[in-house]
Write a protein that binds this ligand. Structure first.
Ligand SMILES: NC(=O)c1ccc[n+]([C@@H]2O[C@H](COP(=O)([O-])OP(=O)(O)OC[C@H]3O[C@@H](n4cnc5c(N)ncnc54)[C@H](OP(=O)(O)O)[C@@H]3O)[C@@H](O)[C@H]2O)c1
Length: 262
């Protein structure tokens, strides 16, 4: 199947490792020009170099904190200056800490809102005018299974990511007339550093070891295993492609069937 993405400009936020990195790699494998960011410049540059050498595509990598509106604005300007367009924008950030409600501080809430909700607002404000001009665009948010099924001790994620879904549906409604498709991808338990951190936190509070926690999460999915970052990335790239041209305003879980509802 030809995804029709060759030479498109794909910006993938928070992409020095995990799901973001796998997504940047998968766009590169489709012949896209790729823009990447993360806060740690060194890790980001080595991730970008690996993609350049494996896929022979142009890659722009700039340190940027996605919870900082002016940093996002500068980053998007650099992408447009270098590539002349931004066709696809995948918003992503690190996940909030695992906590029950009474353990959260107001700083935790402000950080989660900034990184996991406002970052999408910041990117959408910057990229939509460019996409409108070319009457083609894709915005894909990376959230979580928690958008459909709140999880214990993830109150920050459960609450804040719901706002992203409201934003995604609103943007899809408002900008469909301009050829801009806006969708949300919700990973289930996916084998990345973020998941290992969550497992370590739960292991210490339950006095178990990390691998027992990971095995339990894997067993809870009908597919009886964790997801791989590549599996989330391939869904995102397909949603961005010409093969998903009549899909907008949706949340698509990539969770091995973990979501228990209909
Ligand atoms: N893995 C899972 O099982 C799972 C399940 C559901 C949802 N999710 C969500 O999916 C997203 C990605 O998860 P992941 O597992 O790939 O995470 P990860 O392995 O922890 O990677 C996070 C990436 O985001 C970057 N980042 C973090 N905060 C940033 C910021 N403020 N500005 C710019 N870059 C930032 C990190 O680099 P720097 O630290 O250098 O900035 C890193 O490249 C998270 O929101 C996570 O909660 C993950």
């Amino acid at each position: 199947m030809d995804l029709g993405l060759k030479n498109r400009v794909a910006l993938v936020a928070a992409s020095s490792q995990g799901i973001g990195l796998a997504t940047a790699e998968t766009f590169a494998a489709e012949g896209c020009r790729v823009a990447m960011c993360a806060r740690n410049a060194q890790a980001l540059q080595s991730a970008a170099e690996k993609i350049r050498s494996q896929h022979k595509v142009e890659v722009l990598a700039e340190a940027c904190d996605v919870s900082d509106a002016s940093a996002v604005s500068r980053f998007v300007s650099e992408v447009v200056d270098k590539f002349g367009a931004v066709d696809i924008c995948v918003t992503n950030a690190g996940g909030p800490p695992a906590k029950g409600f009474l353990s959260t501080s107001l700083d935790d809430w402000n950080s989660a809102v900034a990184a996991n909700f406002l970052s999408t607002v910041y990117f959408a404000r910057e990229v939509i005018p460019h996409m409108q001009r070319q009457r083609w665009g894709r915005i894909i948010t990376v959230t979580s299974l928690t958008t459909k099924q709140p999880l214990a001790d993830l109150v920050l994620s459960n609450a804040v990511r719901a706002a992203v879904v409201g934003l995604v549906k609103s943007l899809a409604n408002e900008f469909g007339k301009d050829g801009i498709l806006v969708n949300n991808v919700g990973p289930g338990f996916t084998a990345t550093d973020r998941l290992r951190e969550l497992a370590a936190a739960q292991a210490s509070s339950l006095r178990k070891n990390e691998s027992e926690i990971l095995d339990r999460w894997a067993a809870d999915a009908p597919l009886r295993r964790l997801g791989e970052p590549r599996e989330i990335a391939e869904t995102i790239v397909w949603l961005a492609s010409e093969r998903a041209s009549y899909i907008t305003g949706q949340t698509l879980l990539v969770d091995g069937g973990m979501y228990k509802g209909l």
